[in-house]
Design a protein around this ligand. Structure first.
Ligand code: 13P
Length: 256
C-alpha cells in the first residue's frame, strides 16, 4: 500500500488580528468543506495563541493542528516559553522544531534536539526542519550535524515518529525551488545518515518532506519526481483556497 503523504501549512506569524483569523476560518469553511483526503494527512500550524480555536474549528475537516515551536521543559520558571505539554493538552498533535527562521535567531542543534525529545515525551509529533542557513561551508554538513544531534538522543522507536523537512533557506518565500533531482538527492542523503546510525530497514518508516516555495503550480512535479513523503508550505497556506487546492492535487495524484 502506498504511504500517505503529509501536507503541513506553516502560517508563521501571520493572521495577526482576530478579524484576519475570522476571515481565514471563513475561507477554510468553503475550501475544506467536508473534504475527505484518503491519501493525505493535512496539518496546519497557526500562531500558538490560535491553537485552541483552530483545533476546535478544524476538528470536523480532517485537518489536524500543530504549533510552530515549543520549549524543552514542560513547566516551570521559563517566562514567555511555550510548554509542549500545553500544546498537546490543547488538542494539537504536531510541532515544528528548528525552522530556519528560528535558527537564524540563534537556535542551535542542541536546543532543537532537546525540544524534539521533550515533544516526543509528551506525545507530540516533531517536524524537524533541516537546511543550510549559512554558518556551515556546505549544506550536507549542516544537515548531517542537525540530524546526528537528534539521532544521538532518540530511540529507534521514537525516531519513526519524527518527520524531517528539508527546507533550503534560499527557496523559502523566494518563488524558487531546487530541481526535483536536487531535492531527491538530499532526501536520499538524509536516509543514508539515518540508515547508517540505526538500520536501513527503518528508513522507509521515516517521513521526509520538502519545503520552500511550494505551490499548486509546482506540487505535481515535486510529489511525483522528488520522491518526498510530503511538503511543508508557508506562503500558500495563508490562502485557504490555494492551500486546499494543493492538498487536493496531491490526493488526486495518489488515486491514480
Ligand atoms: P514558503 O512556502 O513561503 O516558501 O515557506 C516555506 C516555509 O518556510 C515553510 O516552513
Amino acid at each position: 500500500m502506498q504511504k500517505r503523504k503529509i501536507v503541513i501549512g506553516n502560517l508563521k506569524m501571520n493572521l495577526e488580528t482576530v478579524s484576519m483569523r475570522k476571515q481565514y476560518l471563513k475561507d477554510s469553511e468553503n475550501a475544506f468543506n467536508k473534504e475527505i483526503f484518503e491519501n493525505v494527512n493535512v496539518v496546519l500550524c497557526p500562531q500558538n495563541l490560535y491553537l485552541e480555536s483552530f483545533v476546535n474549528f478544524f476538528k470536523e475537516k480532517n485537518v489536524v493542528i500543530g504549533a510552530q515551536d515549543c520549549f524543552w521543559e514542560t513547566y516551570g520558571a521559563h517566562t514567555g516559553e511555550i510548554s509542549p505539554k500545553t500544546i498537546k493538552s490543547l488538542g494539537a498533535e504536531y510541532v515544528i522544531i528548528g525552522h530556519s527562521e528560528r535558527r537564524t535567531l540563534g537556535e542551535t542543534d542542541e536546543e532543537v534536539s532537546k525540544k524534539c525529545s521533550t515533544a516526543l515525551r509528551v506525545g507530540l509529533i516533531p517536524i524537524i526542519c533541516v537546511g543550510y542557513i549559512g554558518q556551515k561551508e556546505d549544506e550536507t554538513l549542516a544537515i548531517s550535524d542537525s540530524i546526528e544531534s537528534i539521532l544521538n538522543n532518540v530511540s529507534q522507536e521514537d525516531l519513526k515518529k519524527i518527520i524531517f523537512a528539508y527546507e533550503p533557506v534560499w527557496a523559502i518565500g523566494s518563488g524558487k525551488t531546487p530541481s526535483v533531482d536536487d531535492i531527491h538527492t538530499v532526501v536520499l542523503y538524509i536516509k543514508k545518515i539515518i540508515g547508517k546510525k540505526f538500520s536501513s530497514e527503518i528508513i522507509d518508516d521515516i517521513s521526509i518532506l520538502y519545503g520552500g516555495s511550494v505551490s499548486p503550480e509546482n506540487i505535481s512535479n515535486i510529489v511525483t519526481q522528488a520522491h518526498v513523503d510530503g511538503v511543508l508550505i508557508g506562503g500558500v497556506s495563508l490562502q485557504a483556497e490555494r492551500f486546499a487546492k494543493t492538498v487536493k492535487i496531491i490526493n488526486n495524484l495518489l488515486k491514480k
